[in-house]
Structure formats: structure tokens, C-alpha cells
Design a protein around this ligand. Sequence first.
Ligand SMILES: N[C@@H](CCC(=O)N[C@@H](CS)C(=O)NCC(=O)O)C(=O)O
Length: 227
Amino acid sequence: MSKMKLYHYVHCPFCIRVRLCLSLLGFDYISIVLPYDDEVTPVQLSGVKMLPIAEIDGKYVNESLDIIKLIDKNNILSWGNYEENKKEVNSLLKEIGDVVHPLAMPYWIYTPEFDNTSRSYFQTKKEKKRGDFNLLVKNKDLYIAELQIKLNSLEKFLSPYFLSSDLGLIDVMIYSHLIGLNVVPSFQFPLFIYNYMRNIEELSSFDYHVDFWQTNTPFYQTIRDGK
Ligand SMILES: N[C@@H](CCC(=O)N[C@@H](CS)C(=O)NCC(=O)O)C(=O)O
């Protein structure tokens, strides 16, 4: 396999899961971060404006799990555990996503991944589904309370990984849905989740792309302080 090219958004949980697996499985790859408002490149590559897209040996693959399957030919990530619990895991991810997205989106757009044009493109598109970002920020504490309940309910499944003593695909998926919360001020993970996530990072040497997550821009400070 020649070196993979990965087109991704830094904030996107589906892109993060691919990057995390590439790190875990020791694959070197070429990282291409596309601006969120670039509609032309993804459509030219795969026919739809959706990332991640991987270019592997001249072919373009654009579903995160299809990409991961191609790089995990030896089933290091315990696909069997995911297949057995697929229904529950997918509904868990949906429930987590339904709270994480409204919480994190208004902050993601003030990270260095976005410029004025991509920020406004993202906000306009997402507000149609999630509602006014100012309102989402205003209701932050309600979302945080809801999320804490969902996160606490995870504890019984971790031993120390999801229904397993080994790190697998399900853990990668959960981690990737949660890591974007790092930019939400005043949000704190329950300690057991915090430790679970740090553990996954250590095992994978995951490149979190810290340069893209720095949030000390004046815009971010304004929204963080609720002005
Ligand atoms: N089923 C896809 C979902 C990927 C996905 O939803 N990507 C989002 C970013 S998180 C996207 O590209 N959205 C494009 C847009 O809304 O403009 C996968 O697992 O790869």
C-alpha cells in the first residue's frame, strides 16, 4: 500500500476516528485539512461533500469505517465486538453526538481551523439543524448536565475498554465523539472518562493536532466569556 492521503476536518469525529486508527496501527499518512467551505475538492474526489476521504492506491474511499477496515486487515481493533454490539453502540454514539454537537459547535468555529468564510459557512449550515448558536451557548449548562448523565452511564461498560480488556474500534469511536469537547469552557469529563481517554491517547501516540485546537483567539475569548 502506498502512503495514504487523508482529506479531513480537524474537528470532525468521523475524521478523528480514522486519524486515531492510523496512529494506533502505526500508519504514516499525508494529512490534508480542507477548509469547511471547500465544496469543490470533496465532490471532485468522491462525488459528495463529506469528509473523511482517503486516497489509497489511487482509489478514493469516503466512509470512515470503510477506510479503517482497509487499514486494519489483521483485525487488531476487535471488529467482532463492534459487530456484536453494533445497534447499542450506534445508538449510544447518536445520543452522545446529539449533545456534544450543540455544545461544541459554537466553539469549534473559533478554533484556528476556521477563517471568517468557513466559519460563516459552517454556522449557517449547522444552525439550520441545531438552532441559533447564541442560544446553544446560552443553554450550555443544560447540555452539560444531560451529557454528564450519559457519560456516567458508560462506566459499567468499561473494563477498562468497552466490554473488553483490549482497546478496540468501539473505544476509538467513543473517544472521537468526545475529544471535541476539549474546547468547551467549564466542561469537565468525569474522572473515569478522562483517564480512559488519556489512556487511549497514550496507547496510540495520537497526534491531536494541537495547533488547530488552540483557542486563544479574541473571537473565542468573546464567546467563552459570554459577551
Ligand atoms: N458516515 C460518514 C459521516 C461523515 C460526516 O458526517 N462528515 C461530516 C463532518 S463531521 C461532513 O463531512 N459534513 C459535510 C458538511 O456538512 O458540509 C463517515 O463515517 O465517514
